[in-house]
Design a binder for this molecule. Structure first.
Ligand code: NAD
Ligand code: USQ
Length: 382
């Protein structure tokens, strides 16, 4: 297949581009390097040193003979996007290219507006571009489990059958997102659903949980293929952050009571989920929703798991319950259906002590790159 990976320079997109290329697909990356620029804005960095995208794809070609094309540009610029679609005529468009940090979107008005303009306009452009240039192309869009929030009932995959005043219907599952970033994903989902209905576009919305780990078989082939790894208080995510905090001797930063429970998955499963979605496209006009996570954990439990493994590796890590900078439930019910990707053949890499140990031993090599003052959270919701 001919596949475009938008956001292919990022944490999920880069290993996905490599994996799809290894599987024999013709892969092109679109990226505007916004994420690298945000590192400069925040005076932060990836824990792992990352080569430029040109160096990355050149190394990949040298090692495998596979060429990955690069289009530097912004999805918000429709003329640019149209040119790429015309040239590539993709069968699938994998869309990772958004501002993905909840704290970043909550910094102030400018960051909330940037997040929503970038994400909602970019996604709308992709929808219009598919309609105009490649109407049969399958949109594989990264959504998030956080679109649903934490309702006190089981979360279905996209839709729920409801009986109300004696009548029944299947309706989109209610959305209760917890940040302007998560809200942007809800807006995207609504726009995609509408475009599928009116134009007959085929789309899969992957409501992904929190991704942990950094390596895939492909990124491990050479240091130039390193994946980025975020650890700071703005872009670092729960499990990866705790492991890195342990390696540099900082307390593990559990916000509030730590009963916040989320869906998680290994980066190795992210790349496979994208392949499964691409190989099994949605029907024309279908807005298909998969919940893309493999296991649920509370952040408090994850911190304890990391603490235990760190201790076995000779590192004494303390858990600090910080005042929660976010507005969210700290103790709640969470149960979400996630069978559709399993039914398509996903064999999850589950989290255990050895997986944590492997990530810990990988990141320890880079611990001198950690900018310590960036670890504590600084962005408050209120
Ligand atoms: P990332 O920030 O590492 O990568 C996103 C990439 O998209 C970056 O390289 C960035 O430069 C690029 N980009 C952003 N806006 C763009 C634009 N307008 N035009 C072109 N390129 C643009 O993020 P990630 O962690 O790889 O996340 C990828 C996607 O997966 C996001 O949509 C995110 O919401 C979703 N997701 C991520 C996680 C996670 O835990 N990382 C979990 C669930 C969902
Ligand atoms: N948390 C802590 N301590 C930390 C960091 C986070 O207790 O040091 C808590 C947060 O308060 C929250 C939970 O852990 O309750 C998750 O926070 P996170 O920063 O790991 O993840 P989140 O903000 O939800 O965002 C991440 C990605 C986003 C993706 C989302 C998937 O950045 O792109 O959409 O995970 S999900 O959470 O399923 O919506």
């Amino acid at each position: 297949m001919n596949i475009i990976v938008a956001g292919g320079d990022g944490f999920c997109g880069w290993p996905t581009a490599l994996y799809l290329s290894k599987q024999g697909h013709d892969v092109s990356i679109i990226d505007n390097y916004a994420r690298r620029k945000i590192d400069n804005e925040l005076h932060s960095n990836s824990l792992t040193p990352i080569a430029s995208l040109e160096e990355r794809v050149a190394k990949w070609e040298e090692l495998t003979g596979n060429k990955i094309k690069v289009y530097e540009g912004d999805l918000v610029h429709y003329d640019f996007l149209k040119e790429v679609l015309k040239r590539e005529q993709p069968d699938a468009f994998v869309h990772f290219a958004e501002q993905r940090s909840a704290p970043y979107s909550m910094i102030d008005r400018e960051h909330a507006v940037y997040t929503q303009e970038n994400n909602v306009t970019g996604n709308l452009n992709v929808l219009f571009g598919i309609r105009e240039i490649v109407p049969d192309c399958h949109l594989i869009k990264l959504g998030t489990m956080g679109e649903y929030g934490t309702p006190n009932i089981a979360i279905e995959e996209g839709y729920i059958e409801i009986e109300h005043k004696g009548r029944k219907d299947t309706l989109p599952f209610p959305k209760q997102p917890g940040s302007f970033y998560h809200l942007s994903k809800v807006h995207d989902s609504h726009n995609i659903m509408f475009a599928c209905k009116i134009w007959g576009i085929r789309a899969t919305d992957l409501n992904q949980g929190i991704v942990y780990g950094l390596d895939t078989e492909e990124t491990k082939l050479d240091p130039v293929l390193n994946n980025r790894l975020d650890y700071d208080g703005v872009f670092g995510t729960a499990l990866n952050r705790f492991i890195i905090q342990a390696t540099v001797g900082q307390d593990l930063t559990v916000y509030g009571k730590g009963g916040q429970t989320r869906g998680f998955l290994n980066i190795k499963d992210t790349v496979r989920c994208i392949e499964l979605a691409a190989e099994n496209p949605a029907d024309k006009g279908e807005f298909r929703v998969f919940n893309q996570y493999t296991e649920q954990f509370s952040v408090g439990d994850l911190a304890e798991m990391v603490q235990k493994v760190a201790k076995e590796e000779g590192i004494e890590a303390q858990i600090a319950h910080l005042e929660n900078p976010r507005v969210e439930l700290e103790e709640h019910f969470l149960e979400a259906v996630n069978t559709k990707l399993i039914d398509l053949g996903l064999e999850p890499h589950l989290l255990d002590d050895n997986v944590i140990r492997e990530i810990l031993n990988t990141v320890i090599a880079y611990k001198d790159r950690v900018i310590h003052e960036n670890i504590l959270p600084t962005v408050k919701w209120k």
